[in-house]
Write a protein that binds this ligand. Structure first.
Ligand code: KMH
Ligand code: ZN
Length: 274
């Protein structure tokens, strides 16, 4: 099996600082988190940004500062969110692509998201993909529901998305596909040929689905964006969620990818040395 790529999603767009003291809010805190999760064994960091008061922002200058802080302290693959937070416009969500992160997410369809709707119509997806092509950013296909893979195939048939790509199955969002092993297996079976995949289980399903992905040859995402707790009632730090997956992978005899190995698996260019 290829080495395990561990993505850490340390912030997200939903958790607020009054829910945990471990949420990185400022660019400096994101830089420190990057160093800590890299040390623990992560190879990709999935980036959302916050204002100093913890509210969400997709402001280009905030992402620029976060990108610089992460790069100053780690060689992680940097993946920006284009999902942002509920209520952001498609323009806001995609404007950060001009900073040319190595990767960025493309959610492949609309989905209920708690009491809200996370809107990703075909025009929104085409618009994000156009900017990804303009700035040469590799998409990661965010799959929250079964039909999202069909949407990706439709975008490919239109010629606006090339396949294969890397997919991230985000399972367990209230309103999306439930975080079960059966659902994961069905999605893996339905993947377009040649695609690689990661699973991000929400909440307490993060750990069991990570274990299944390690065994199946997939890849794993952990982090506070998806799961606040290390165990029942005990708030997690991002780096310890990563470290636990590394320990399990080692026990299972699966090597863990460095960022450069992740770049090779995902078809990304090597990081230029300054
Ligand atoms: N915060 C969610 C509404 C992504 O980063 O691409 C969307 C999200 C997906 O987190
Ligand atoms: Zn995200």
């Amino acid at each position: 099996m290829e080495p395990l790529i561990i993505t850490c999603a340390p912030v997200g767009g939903e958790i607020m600082p009054d829910q945990t003291p471990h949420l990185p809010v400022t660019p400096e805190q994101l830089g420190q988190t990057a160093a800590a999760i890299r040390e623990a064994g992560a190879s990709i960091v999935h980036v959302h940004c916050r204002n100093d008061d913890g509210t969400n922002t997709h402001e280009v200058e905030r992402f620029r500062a976060a990108f610089a802080a992460i790069r100053a302290q780690s060689d992680l693959v940097v993946q920006f969110s284009t999902g942002g937070a509920i209520g952001m416009t498609p323009e806001e969500r995609s404007s950060v692509l001009q900073l040319r992160p190595e990767m960025a997410t493309l959610t492949c369809g609309s989905v209920n998201f708690g009491d809200d709707i996370f809107e990703n119509s075909f025009p929104i997806m085409r618009g994000i993909l156009a900017r990804m092509r303009e700035y040469d950013v590799k998409p990661e296909l965010e799959i929250f529901d079964k039909g999202h893979l069909a949407n990706a195939r439709r975008l490919a048939s239109e010629g606006v998305l090339t396949l294969p790509q890397h997919a991230d199955f985000v399972l367990g969002v209230p309103g999306g596909l439930e975080a079960t092993v059966q659902n994961l297996c069905e999605l893996v079976d339905d993947l377009p040929a040649g695609c690689t995949w990661t699973v991000a289980g929400i909440g307490r399903q993060q750990l069991p689905l990570a274990m299944v992905a390690i065994a199946m040859g997939g890849h794993v995402r952990v982090g506070l964006e998806d799961n606040l707790y290390y165990s029942k009632g005990r708030l997690a730090r991002n780096e310890e969620l990563v470290a636990r997956v590394v320990r399990i992978a080692h026990e299972a005899g699966r090597a863990v990818a460095t960022p450069d190995q992740a770049r090779e698996i995902l078809g990304l260019r090597k990081l230029a040395v300054a």
